[in-house]
Design a protein around this ligand. Structure first.
Ligand SMILES: [Zn+2]
Length: 493
């Protein structure tokens, strides 16, 4: 049984793993690479596997960096089943169609440039379009949480709630008899967040492929983040400024709306208008309301009693570009939530163009910002950035809150692994930048004495023959410096 890491290896985007079993090939996630031009180029590269040979694609959740290349996989010959929870399937329809729309728009823009610049090379084409998405959606098959589902003889799968976003799952694969259990964490949430249920952790695993986004740091608690949000809102409104909140359409947009609703009702928000300026987030919010089974008791009661947890006085949902443009001339203060979460595309870029140079305005980054994204540049304190090719001085206040992150932090990741620690033979850390993976690897080795590997892109390990051990030796040598840095930051875990 061989496992190949086709993405999210020492980076946070492009999640994709291929497991070759005697019952057939199983892929877990098929995510888009996001960030710098170099990263995005990887979306067009032909991969080192034959899509026609893959029988099942198991999907952890509907974030683009986990599902964004599905239409391309289908277009290149995949004819199997795409298995996920029902909420993930509904959310994928929204997310992939939005992505197709952006791909088509980008390609039109590139085509105009290609024509102007003398038609060098082949004309630019979209990565995929709405027809490709429709073809992909026909292959979806949904499964409930916690039920063991037989895919083939000697191959069973179980989806557990990952508590990350609506429909998100940790996937357990049971291969052979007696079964070898391989757990793919997907993105891991954490207990005690509002709206979503707490993560359900598999009881045992032989191998764990685990995310490590926040593997090198702890973030503030939700309670602390809410307090910070209140401070930022009050500060910006006193300054008479606009508050721009770049948000992922699924998850964070609803969480922030939920908190702003509380603030409105308690009088903290005054009469400041709030705009959700993202057609995808609006659709996602509608999908969210169709899946009460995914929520904690509080929200479920609200929805079942006919209330809308994400609507409150003075909040407006903006669908059309025209409605969005009206904000350019609107008197401040106001609050606008718009995609994308890492400022890599979407309407937030237009708002940044208008507001970054205004001292009284603020940008609040509420999620992980991957290397190479505009969000990361802002978070790292860039004095000047380019948006649509135009330079913009950054005079607005830049704030960042990790407590609204949908990802577990370092300690929560370690706790997530705890129930499996006695059966795990090896942990593979993915979905993190190098320093985060390596720091978490060091912490896992110290706390649980488990072998850990931080694979590289396209690495293959033979799970049957345990060849990973030899690779581990090499990897450890190379990562020693990063590990030492992590240890000096945290002491002993
Ligand atoms: Zn995610």
């Amino acid at each position: 049984m061989r496992l190949t890491f086709l993405g999210a290896a020492r980076q946070v985007t492009g999640s994709c793993y291929l497991l070759e079993t005697s019952a057939g090939q199983v892929m877990v996630d098929c995510g888009m690479f996001q960030g710098s031009m170099h990263m995005r180029m990887q979306n067009r590269v032909d991969r080192c596997f034959d899509p026609a040979q893959v029988r099942w694609l198991l999907l952890t959740h509907s974030h683009l960096d986990h599902c964004g290349l599905i239409p391309r996989l289908v277009d290149s010959g995949f004819k199997g089943q795409i298995v996920c929870t029902s909420a993930t399937a509904d959310m994928c329809e929204v997310v992939l169609n939005d992505s197709a729309h952006l791909q088509v728009e980008d390609a039109k823009f590139d085509l105009r440039r290609w024509k102007k610049s003398g038609r060098v090379g082949p004309p630019p084409e979209p990565l995929y379009n709405h027809e490709d998405v429709a073809a992909a959606l026909r292959l979806f098959r949904t499964v409930p949480y916690d039920r063991m589902v037989r895919l083939a003889k000697g191959l069973q799968v179980r989806f557990r709630d990952a508590g990350h976003i609506l429909g998100s799952a940790t996937i357990e694969l049971h291969v052979g008899n007696p079964p070898t259990v391989i757990v793919f964490s997907g993105d891991i949430g954490y207990p005690g967040r509002p709206i979503l249920k707490d993560p359900v952790i598999p009881e045992r695993a032989d191998f764990v492929v685990m995310e490590s986004t926040y593997g090198d740091r702890e973030h503030e608690t939700v309670g602390e983040a809410v307090e910070q949000l209140k401070r930022i809102v009050v500060q910006t409104s006193k300054a008479g400024g606009a508050l721009l909140i770049p948000t992922f359409a699924t998850g964070r947009a609803q969480e922030i709306l939920y908190e702003l609703g509380h603030m409105r009702r308690s009088g903290l928000l005054g009469d400041i208008p709030v705009f959700l300026d993202s057609p995808m987030a609006i659709e996602a919010t509608a999908v969210v309301r169709r899946h009460p089974e995914c929520f904690d008791v509080q929200i479920r009661r609200l929805i079942e009693s006919g209330k809308m947890p994400f609507r409150f006085r003075g909040v407006r949902f903006l669908r059309t570009p025209r409605q969005s443009q009206v904000l350019n001339d609107l008197a401040t203060p106001f609050i606008v939530l718009a995609g994308s979460g890492m400022c890599t595309g979407g309407r937030i870029r237009h708002h940044l163009l208008h507001h970054l140079q205004r001292r009284q305005d603020a940008v609040l980054l509420v999620g992980f910002q991957a290397a190479g994204t505009l969000g990361r540049l802002l978070k790292d304190g860039a004095k000047q950035v380019y948006i649509f090719g135009q330079p913009r001085e950054v005079k607005a206040r830049i704030e960042a809150l990790d407590g609204f992150s949908a990802h577990a932090d370092r300690n929560q990741l370690l706790e997530w692994l705890r129930p499996m620690r006695n059966t795990v033979r090896r942990v593979f850390l993915t979905h993190g930048e190098p320093q985060a993976c390596v720091a978490l690897a060091a912490a896992i080795r110290r706390r649980y004495k488990l072998p850990v590997m931080v694979p590289d892109m396209n690495d293959t390990v033979d799970l049957t023959q345990e060849q990973a051990m030899t690779r581990l030796a090499r990897i450890r040598g190379r990562d020693a410096a990063l590990e030492a840095a992590a240890a000096s930051n945290f002491g002993t875990a």
